[in-house]
Write a protein that binds this ligand. Sequence first.
Ligand SMILES: Cc1cc2nc3c(=O)[nH]c(=O)nc-3n(C[C@H](O)[C@H](O)[C@H](O)COP(=O)(O)OP(=O)(O)OC[C@H]3O[C@@H](n4cnc5c(N)ncnc54)[C@H](O)[C@@H]3O)c2cc1C
Length: 491
Amino acid sequence: MSPVVVAAGGRFFCQCRSMTTKIMARGATLDSALRKFRSICGEDGVSVGAAVREQHGKDESVHRCRPPDVVVFPRCVEEVSALAKVCHSQRLPIIPFGTGTGLEGGVGAVKGGVCFSLRNMDQILDLHQEDFDVTVEPGVTRKTLNAYLRDTGLWFPVDPGADASLCGMAACSASGTNAVRYGTMRENVINLEVILADGTIIHTAGQARRARKTSAGYNLTNLFVGSEGTLGIITKATLRLYAVPEATLSAVCSFPTVQAAVDSTVHILQAGVDVARIEFLDDVMMDACNRFSSLSYPVTPTLFLEFHGSERSLLEQVKTAEELTRMNGGSDFQWASDAEKRNRLWKARHDAWYAAQALRPGCKAYSTDVCVPISQLPQLIVETKADLIENKLTGPIAGHVGDGNFHCLMVLDATHPEEVHQVHLFCQRLARRALAMNGTCTGEHGVGLGKRALLCEEMGAASIQAMQHIKDALDPKNIMNPGKVLLPRES
Ligand SMILES: Cc1cc2nc3c(=O)[nH]c(=O)nc-3n(C[C@H](O)[C@H](O)[C@H](O)COP(=O)(O)OP(=O)(O)OC[C@H]3O[C@@H](n4cnc5c(N)ncnc54)[C@H](O)[C@@H]3O)c2cc1C
């Protein structure tokens, strides 16, 4: 039914007519763009199929908007640049897509437009073993890279759990379980190749530069790390690599309270113990894990630890950690060095996402994250648990406690609008509590669609304005992933 026919005359008619004109103009723009896209990356490299658009218009979050109008699959940087030039000349939004594991709605097409799926650019380039670096294209995932590195004695440690694309991880400033020792994407990206909104190709540290450190000019690399596709499309990332540790040792320990678990974490870090992972699971999460994996851990706050180093140093480290946990009331300290037993100890942590989901069969897990100075963590977790109970929400807690970062794995019926709304309100309260404790509304998942208003509260008006100036300078037509990170300006 045409809206023009519905109401003749009056304001509604005018609005509908102008809307129809806009839609027709947009259709003509898209048709002409599609012809150009096909001439750049071939018939197979362009899809307008509903299923393909649907699949590329959503991530693992509960944030939903519309799918893109078209998905393109470029094969090389020249194609990405040529496609971007077409979008730029026709003012079509560009939404970069890695593997779609994001958790804040980053790939939704708020204004429709063109999704750039980068999966066909999947080459691992320029491995420099002696320099501990490698350059990857945007279709390479972290597991693929680590499988490729297996025989070199090197590895890339940033591990967000999901098998995300490394350039998507750079775009989100991702981290995960190993960050306490190896840092986040911010500390591990050396250089990026980026296509700007108008198709210009830049290298954030200069072409082919791989120096471990630099004080040359503005830090463009870290401007693009965490920019969530709103400033450009990352088409290459040069990453730091690390030596695979000589030995690895894992441990699990239960605590009477959250405070005792966090105090142990602080004492372990203060003692200079080289802990590579230190993960916290609350009692609800432990209960879920026990049920899901038929385990029998005590249903109390629990720490999962991993130590990397030489055989000798590890035994000393574990001894120190065990003593410190005991001093804080920890019990059932179990440790293991052989791979099979280690994996068994860590099983609960690795399966946390699925265990949480199994608490309510047929429901979806949605993970929200905050990060605070570590001394604030116990109070924040205690207040969060009280909020969950008061509002009858299911949200087991798992956290990268060594960084003061934790996730609430909200288990919800995403088809139930009132429940989705309640979870949304809870996530906002959680983020505001973190802000009140001098923390951040997101330690690693990013802002996307879900946390734009919270970002304003976190940064303040002047800093948001500075961000907006940067966005305007690099993307004056606002075509790069519009509607993400920064709230739309009032017209
Ligand atoms: C079970 C599970 C557990 C998770 N645990 C963690 C965790 O512990 N820590 C953590 O940090 N994250 C975690 N995540 C979130 C997710 O894996 C990360 O956010 C990851 O960085 C997203 O990468 P992706 O390739 O899937 O990006 P996508 O979801 O495809 O995209 C995410 C955002 O990045 C942009 N983008 C993607 N690729 C590019 C590119 N080449 N150039 C420019 N912009 C781009 C997109 O436009 C979008 O805004 C988890 C996710 C799941 C499903």
